[in-house]
Design a protein around this ligand. Structure first.
Ligand code: BTN
Length: 241
């Protein structure tokens, strides 16, 4: 297995996509101490200070179609959530689709990117940002972000945590290939902090609120509203406390 380590990159996802386009093997990892232009979902940036977090990407070449790419992110969320809870003992949960939160604040973000032709995936890059040891955040995210060090009161070993995350990712990926996504969705439901809550959806066309009741076979969030059950495949969901 290839592990590419960098003191600094623009974005580990960019680096992983280049390697994937050049034919690197499945399971190739790109990990960096810092990212100059770390990227988040919905064209946001990702705060990636030197040595404080785990900024990495993994290249998969899954035997499924492009419609399944979003489900890979839910799968990854289950793997990373398990590893974090086991290594640190903190009680993190998954916010749909793929944020890991502790105490209502974000500890992990996941950015999945795909290259596909016709009905076959060429590669999927799953990028994860784990806020391990930072003590402070830029003012824009100070109210919504936290770190494992703040959650536990201790410095977290990034090497141990990354090794456990990679092992758990391999477990969930193997399970999905053997038994299908539904086998991992069961765990996603259990570890979810979104289901059973009132949520507000900021969609591309409209905003609405309702009760998050389940995810379906596509990984879409099902929300019960006065008008009926709405299905959300992409977008931003906030939990109302
Ligand atoms: C989000 O929550 O918006 C997703 C954040 C993903 C951040 C990680 S850090 C490693 C990888 N490289 C990037 O540029 N982004 C992802």
């Amino acid at each position: 297995q290839e592990i590419h380590y960098f003191p600094e990159v623009d974005s580990t996802n960019n680096e992983a996509k280049k390697l994937a386009a050049n034919g690197c093997p499945e399971g190739t990892i790109v990990v960096a101490e810092s990212q100059a232009t770390g990227r988040g979902r919905l064209a946001r940036g990702w705060f990636s200070p030197f040595g404080k977090g785990i900024w990495f990407s993994v290249v998969l070449r899954p035997p499924f179609g492009p419609m399944d790419a979003a489900k890979c992110t839910l799968m990854a969320a289950v793997g990373v959530n398990r590893a974090i809870n086991r290594v640190t003992g903190v009680g993190c949960g998954i916010k749909w689709p793929n944020d890991i939160l502790w105490n209502g604040r974000k500890v992990v973000g996941i950015l999945t990117e795909m290259s596909a032709e016709m009905d076959a995936i060429n590669y999927v890059v799953i990028g994860m940002g784990i806020n391990a040891n930072m003590k402070e955040f830029p003012s824009e995210i100070a109210a919504t972000a936290t770190s494992l060090a703040l959650a536990t009161g201790q410095t977290v070993s990034r090497v141990i945590l990354l090794a456990e995350i990679l092992a758990e990712l391999e477990n969930v990926y193997t399970l999905v290939q053997q038994a299908g996504f539904e086998s991992v969705f069961a765990a996603w439901r259990q570890e979810s902090i979104t289901l059973g809550r009132q949520v507000r959806v900021q969609g591309f066309q409209r905003n609405f609120s309702g009760l998050a009741v389940d995810i379906d076979a596509d990984g879409a969030l099902l929300i019960k509203t006065a008008q009926g059950v709405e299905r959300v495949l992409a977008g931003d969901v906030s939990i109302r406390y």
